[in-house]
Design a protein around this ligand. Structure first.
Ligand SMILES: Nc1ncnc2c1ncn2[C@@H]1O[C@H](COP(=O)(O)OP(=O)(O)OP(=O)(O)O)[C@@H](O)[C@H]1O
Ligand SMILES: [Mg+2]
Length: 557
């Protein structure tokens, strides 16, 4: 299913996205600043004192280079003055070198503090974002997970959530710091000649435009390739996960998958080669351009120091040149910062888009308790003219259920027989409200299931699906998962295991109920297919459910 969805998506989406690539406009970059309030809001709400500390440190550190450059000028001028006086008076040399030392020490201290604060803040925000994604995923309907486009977004949000917030924070505060350094350096330059400040700020602009353009192309490419990248991840998982290995060996699929991986990754590489080389060569060209300009300015100021030594002292020469270099570097830094902000913007947008999804299947405002009207133990189930088509399919020709009606009385045990794909599992999904029917009604205990609280309804139904989950956790947790509040209740777990026959399986395990199952862990024990089924069945017996549904998981019992 994933494969066909992935491939149709790339072919149908190719054209509009290629167009978007051409449409890179410089305004996109400035629009990126739209994300700054969101990023800062996220960071601020995660930890106020740390954010404040980080902001203050960035501001203070931003001023240090200008102060340092200014003191260097004073050191040199005081040395020149000391040379001129007889006898040589070196007091001022001592004072300025001392000041220089103090500033350097402070600078080190602030940068150390800033590292500490930043690391703590990054870890906290990263954890928070990952939790937000998990909590969101927890509320969403099954249909979201079966929708390729949504699934893509979920994957991107959750993968990037592990490292993007970290980058985002350092880049945002670096941007602030660099901006202040740039501003203070420009002030120093302005005192000497306004046009120096102007030249210094114009030179890095072309490089910035080129960089942003490549950033944009890179991002569009990532979006376009996302389904294929997922295929790479999937192939990787197929080849490296224990569950798939025996079939891959028996059917000799290894080389087939590896070949496929090879072709896909080669294709990505070819495209990277083209873009990466162009990006960095262009960058080199523009850097060369600014180096040449800086040298020209250097020569000009040096000649001034020679021919007009009273206006331009030796100290000023150092100040000029250092300030020009720093303006260039910091302006480049600010511009890079804007590109980064822009990429962060894209991440933040994906994240917030994801967080804005709302589940469709929810509890009603005034939920009814799940009780049977006639006080009989058990609940009546009725399907009334139920029609259902999976999302994306044609209701006329591809409906899974059409006008299905039947009634099951309390206490009845029935077996539903139908060919593969007839819709048996789908009926269970509808009964548990993983999906809602398009037409008709499903009633439990004489009431439409939509009137019940979702959680309460599901607690009344013990289901083991065909593709039940094998948790690579302890045997106790595997059974306790059926009623997670009772996961410590050994009496209940014991009796559920006895009912399903899992008790004897657990009895043979080295650590009994505390044995880790599956081969993922060093101490894990792998079970047979039938043993796993007994464990899963015990899960259904964990809850005091009045409806028990076994979707063929017991075929090998
Ligand atoms: N998530 C889904 N999205 C789209 N179509 C689906 C989805 N799940 C199932 N279908 C389709 O709905 C139909 C009914 O599937 P269902 O799983 O209910 O069959 P079943 O009766 O349980 O079959 P089996 O005996 O093989 O378990 C099938 O044609 C299947 O292709
Ligand atoms: Mg089925």
């Amino acid at each position: 299913m994933t494969q066909s969805n992935a491939s149709t998506k790339t072919t149908t989406n190719k054209k509009p996205q290629e167009k978007e690539e051409e449409q890179f406009k410089i305004r996109h970059v400035f629009a990126a600043f739209a994300s700054l309030p969101r990023v800062l809001g996220l960071v601020w709400s995660t930890d106020k004192p740390l954010t404040l500390g980080m902001g203050l440190l960035s501001v203070v550190r931003g001023f240090i280079p200008a102060i340092s450059v200014y003191i260097t000028k004073e050191v040199i001028d005081s040395v020149v003055n000391a040379i001129r006086t007889t006898p040589h008076v070196t007091t001022m040399v001592w004072v300025f070198v001392g000041l220089q030392l103090v500033v350097n020490l402070l600078s080190q201290l602030f940068s150390t503090l800033s590292n500490i604060v930043q690391q703590l803040l990054q870890e906290k925000v990263s954890n928070r974002v990952q939790l937000l994604v998990l909590e969101k995923a927890n509320t969403l309907d099954l249909s979201f997970f079966e929708d390729a486009e949504f699934y893509d977004k979920l994957r991107r949000a959750s993968e990037e959530a592990t490292y993007k917030p970290v980058q985002m924070i350092s880049q945002t505060f670096d941007l602030l710091r660099t901006f202040i350094t740039l501003f203070s350096m420009l002030l120093l330059l302005l005192q000497l000649a306004w046009w120096l400040a102007l030249v210094a700020i114009i030179v890095p602009i072309p490089s910035f435009i080129a960089n942003s353009r490549y950033g944009w192309i890179g991002y569009m490419r990532m979006r376009r390739e996302s389904p294929e990248r997922r295929m790479l991840l999937y192939l990787n998982r197929l080849m490296t996960t224990d569950d798939y290995n025996k079939e891959i060996k028996l059917f000799n699929l290894g080389n087939y998958f590896i070949e496929r991986f090879h072709r896909l990754s080669d294709k990505f590489f070819e495209e990277s080669k083209r873009i990466v080389a162009r990006r960095y060569l262009t960058n080199f060209m523009w850097t060369g351009f600014s180096l040449i300009t800086n040298s020209a300015i250097y020569v000009y100021v040096a000649l001034q120091a020679v021919f007009d030594p009273r206006r331009v002292t030796l100290g000023s020469l150092t100040l000029y040149t250092q300030a020009v270099m720093q303006v260039g570097q910091n302006f480049q830094g600010v511009l890079d910062g804007i590109s980064n902000t822009y990429e962060n913007n894209l991440f933040v947008n994906t994240l917030f888009e994801f967080l804005e999804y709302k589940p469709v299947i929810v509890s009603p405002a005034k939920a009814q308790p799940v009780t049977s009207s006639n006080e009989i133990k058990g609940l009546e189930i009725e399907f009334r003219n139920v029609t259902f088509t999976y999302p994306g399919k044609d209701p006329e020709t591809e409906a899974t259920l059409k006008n299905v009606s039947f009634t099951l009385r309390p206490g009845e045990a029935i077996a539903l027989v139908g060919r593969n794909g007839a819709g048996k599992t789908t009926m269970v999904k509808l009964l548990t409200r993983l999906y809602d029917p398009d037409e008709g009604q499903i009633l439990i205990g004489g009431r439409d299931i939509k009137e019940y609280d979702l959680k309460a309804l599901r607690e009344e139904i013990g289901v083991i699906f065909q593709d039940y989950v094998r948790y690579y956790l302890s045997a106790r947790e595997n059974i306790g998962a059926g009623s997670i509040d009772q996961v410590e209740n050994m009496n209940l777990i014991n009796s559920a295991a006895q009912k399903s026959g899992a008790h004897s399986v657990v009895g043979e395990l080295a650590d009994g109920y505390d044995t880790l199952l599956g081969r993922w862990w060093n101490t894990g024990t792998q079970l047979s297919g039938g043993q796993w089924q007994k464990i899963a069945l015990a899960r259904a017996f964990m809850r005091d459910a009045r409806i028990l549904i076994l979707d063929e998981p017991t075929s090998s019992l």
